[in-house]
Design a protein around this ligand. Structure first.
Ligand SMILES: [Zn+2]
Length: 300
C-alpha cells in the first residue's frame, strides 16, 4: 500500500532520476555531435540497463502475483466446495469434521497466498509510481501531490468527471432504494435514506469511486451499516460503503486510488438482503445522490 509519505519519497527519487536522465541526454547529444560514439553507446547502455532493470523487476513481480492469484482462485473454489459439503453433512446430521478441517486448511492457504500477493503488488506499485511520475500527468497542486498513471482499467466504468462506478462492467446493479424519504424497510432502518442501495450478491467486489484516504474501515454501528468503509476523496467529497462482508483491505490512513478494490459486499448490519449502501456526501455532510453522479453510466 502506498502512503502519501511514500509518494513524497518516491517522487523525489524519480525527480532525481529524471534530472539525471536530462543531463545524460544533453551529454549524449553533445557526444554525438563531437563524434565520441563509444561514449554515446556506453551511456545509452547504462541508461537502458538502469531503467529496463526497474521495468523487468516490476514485470517479474507482477507475473508472480498473477500466478499466485490463480492459485488463490483455485483454493477459494476448493474452500467453497468444502463449505457446501460441510453444510450438506451438517443438514444430514452427519460428521462435519473432515470438511471443517479442509475449510480451515484452505482458509490458511488463502491467507498466506493473499499476503504474498500483497507484498508482490506493493513492490510493483512502487515501481509503477516511479514510472508514472516520469509522465507529465504526475502533477503537484495545492500542496498535494497527485500521481496518476492515466491508465484506466478496461473492466471498470469511468464517468467524464473521473468517478468510477463501484462495480465492474457486467455486474447487474439494480437500485433497490434511492436517496430520500421512504417507508422503513426493516426495524432500525432510516426513513430518510442518505444513500443508494444497490442489490448485488454477497461478495461482489467494490471499487473506490475516487482517489482519497480511507478514514474508517471495519465494524461500526453508524447508521446500522455493519461493516463499512469511508473514503475521503481528493475532491472533498466523501463516500461511505455499507453492509459489507469484507471491509479491511485497507486501514484508516491508507491511500486508495479511483478503481481500487476496497471491499466486498454483504448483508451486515440493518439490512433485509445482500446489497451495497452507497452514500456520497460533500465535505459539509450534505448528501449527494449517486444516481445523479453516475447518470448515464449506471448499468441496466
Ligand atoms: Zn441504504
Amino acid at each position: 500500500m502506498v502512503s502519501s509519505g511514500n509518494v513524497q519519497n518516491d517522487l523525489s527519487t524519480v525527480k532525481s532520476a529524471f534530472s539525471k536522465y536530462s543531463s545524460i541526454v544533453s551529454e549524449l547529444s553533445s557526444s554525438w555531435k563531437g563524434n565520441s560514439h563509444d561514449n554515446f553507446s556506453s551511456k545509452a547502455e547504462s541508461f537502458n540497463s538502469e531503467f529496463s532493470g526497474q521495468m523487468e523487476s516490476c514485470m517479474t513481480n507482477f507475473a508472480a502475483a498473477c500466478d499466485l492469484y490463480e492459485q488463490y482462485k483455485t483454493t477459494k473454489s476448493n474452500y467453497n466446495i468444502a463449505q457446501q459439503n460441510y453444510n450438506a453433512a451438517s443438514a444430514a446430521g452427519e460428521s462435519t469434521s473432515t470438511f471443517s478441517s479442509q475449510m480451515s486448511s484452505y482458509k490458511s492457504e488463502m491467507e498466506s497466498l493473499k499476503s504474498q500477493i500483497e507484498s508482490l503488488l506493493g513492490q510493483v506499485k512502487g515501481v509503477q509510481l516511479s514510472a508514472t511520475s516520469l509522465n507529465p500527468s504526475a502533477s503537484s497542486s495545492g500542496g498535494n501531490i497527485k500521481v496518476s498513471s492515466g491508465a484506466q482499467d478496461p473492466n471498470l466504468i469511468y464517468t467524464d468527471d473521473g468517478y468510477v462506478f463501484p462495480f465492474a462492467k457486467g455486474v447487474s446493479a439494480p437500485v433497490t432504494s434511492s436517496v430520500g424519504p421512504r417507508d422503513q424497510p426493516t426495524a432500525g432502518a432510516s426513513t430518510n435514506h442518505k444513500g443508494t442501495d444497490i442489490g448485488v450478491p454477497e461478495g461482489t467486489e467494490v471499487h473506490s469511486m475516487s482517489g482519497g484516504t480511507v478514514t474508517n474501515a471495519g465494524r461500526g454501528d453508524a447508521g446500522g451499516y455493519g461493516n463499512w468503509v469511508r473514503v475521503q476523496h481528493d475532491d472533498g467529497t466523501v463516500a461511505i460503503y455499507g453492509h459489507l462482508s469484507k471491509s479491511d483491505f485497507y486501514s484508516p490512513g491508507d491511500r486508495v486510488e479511483a478503481g481500487d478494490l476496497i471491499a466486498l459486499t454483504g448483508n451486515e448490519g440493518v439490512s433485509t438482503g445482500p446489497h451495497l449502501h452507497l452514500q456520497v456526501e460533500t465535505s459539509d455532510g450534505e448528501v449527494l445522490n449517486s444516481e445523479n453522479i453516475f447518470d448515464g453510466y449506471w448499468p441496466s
